[in-house]
Design a binder for this molecule. Structure first.
Ligand code: BG6
Length: 310
């Protein structure tokens, strides 16, 4: 969407537009509850901070690259319609030439459908993903791809992100989706993650070895685990920032936890050297055996609500 097309969606001073880089417009929200930044590229929340908080809630890399076909490092990237590397066995469909990791929603320029100031002072934004380049290439390879994707964001004393997929085709579709949320923390060594106790996980760093999370989770090394069959709220306790972040979710049966740790992040061009210390990904998702089968005409809404308490 070019600048002329997006301007009519502004809402006085509470919703304005700017550009992080030429061709990469962002929505800036500043309402009575919070500030937030949302990139139309990727349909991606980049920042969220309630006014009472001194620190950003969401982590965004200082070295994030804004470039077509490159995912923005940080914020809440959308993994869709597959998760991780494209798995043609799981997807049961022919692949296209270079299937991008985590799908193409996060590397597509989205459109604004509507913006609204709600009666309680919250801001609602609805974005839609058009089918451009990567999506068209995928569709050309997979004649049965007839999905539509819409996202509703509510910026309030909490941040709510709802991602709705509709299967407009005449065949069942096996969907993977994730809200790959990066949270900003004072020090990864000092935070705890509650809500995954007794959940079974697949450890992606150990060739899919499975296990059970016995107690609250401390992250003391690189982690890349998919917790399955869990819809629990997660509490990210951060004594260093004197706060806890409550991450609840709906229609999500998996939770992915990821931190690349020192060595891997030093190999990533879009992450500052010490940034792994200040972030953790907690991703409401439906992946692996929790993928969702969408029958023709069926819609599915994955959502998360993020709230900070001191
Ligand atoms: C996580 C995956 O969700 O995302 C990891 O479980 C992956 O395996 C990570 O490394 C980051 O992915 P990307 O494509 O954004 O670098």
């Amino acid at each position: 969407m070019n600048n002329k097309l997006i301007q009519p969606y502004s809402l006085g001073d509470s919703l304005t537009f700017s550009e992080v880089s030429p061709g990469f417009p962002v929505i800036k929200v500043n309402n009575s509850f919070a500030t937030a930044t949302i990139s139309l590229y990727g349909g991606q929340v980049l920042e969220y901070k309630p006014h009472a908080q001194s620190e950003q809630v969401i982590w965004l890399s200082d070295k994030a690259i804004f470039k077509n076909n490159k995912a923005i490092r940080g914020g809440i990237p959308i993994c869709w319609p597959w998760f991780g590397d494209y798995d043609k066995n799981n997807n049961d469909l022919p692949t296209h030439s270079h299937p991008p990791a985590h799908g193409f929603a996060r590397i597509t320029h989205w459109n604004i459908h509507s913006t609204k100031l709600l009666s309680d002072g919250s801001t609602e934004i609805i974005l839609q993903m058009p089918c451009h380049s990567n999506c068209q290439e995928y569709q050309a390879a997979n004649a049965h791809y007839h999905l539509s994707l819409e996202m509703t964001l509510v910026v309030s004393n909490h941040l709510k992100v709802s991602l709705t997929t509709t299967n407009n085709g005449s065949r069942n579709w096996l969907l993977a989706d994730a809200l790959h949320s990066y949270f900003r923390v004072s020090n990864i060594n000092k935070v705890t993650i509650q809500g995954l106790e007794q959940a079974h996980y697949v450890d992606k760093l150990k060739k899919g070895l499975t296990g059970t999370q016995e107690s609250e989770l401390w992250v003391k090394e690189e982690i890349d685990k998919v917790f399955l069959n869990t819809s629990n709220e997660i509490i990210l306790n951060d004594p260093g920032f004197d706060r806890a972040i409550f991450i609840s979710k709906e229609n999500s049966s998996s939770t992915v936890i990821w931190n690349p740790w020192q060595k891997k992040s030093s190999q990533m061009l879009d992450m500052p050297a010490a940034a792994w210390l200040n972030m953790i990904c907690i991703e409401p998702a439906n992946v692996l055996e929790n993928q969702r089968l969408l029958t023709p005409g069926e819609s599915h809404t994955l959502s998360t609500s993020i709230k900070v308490k001191n």
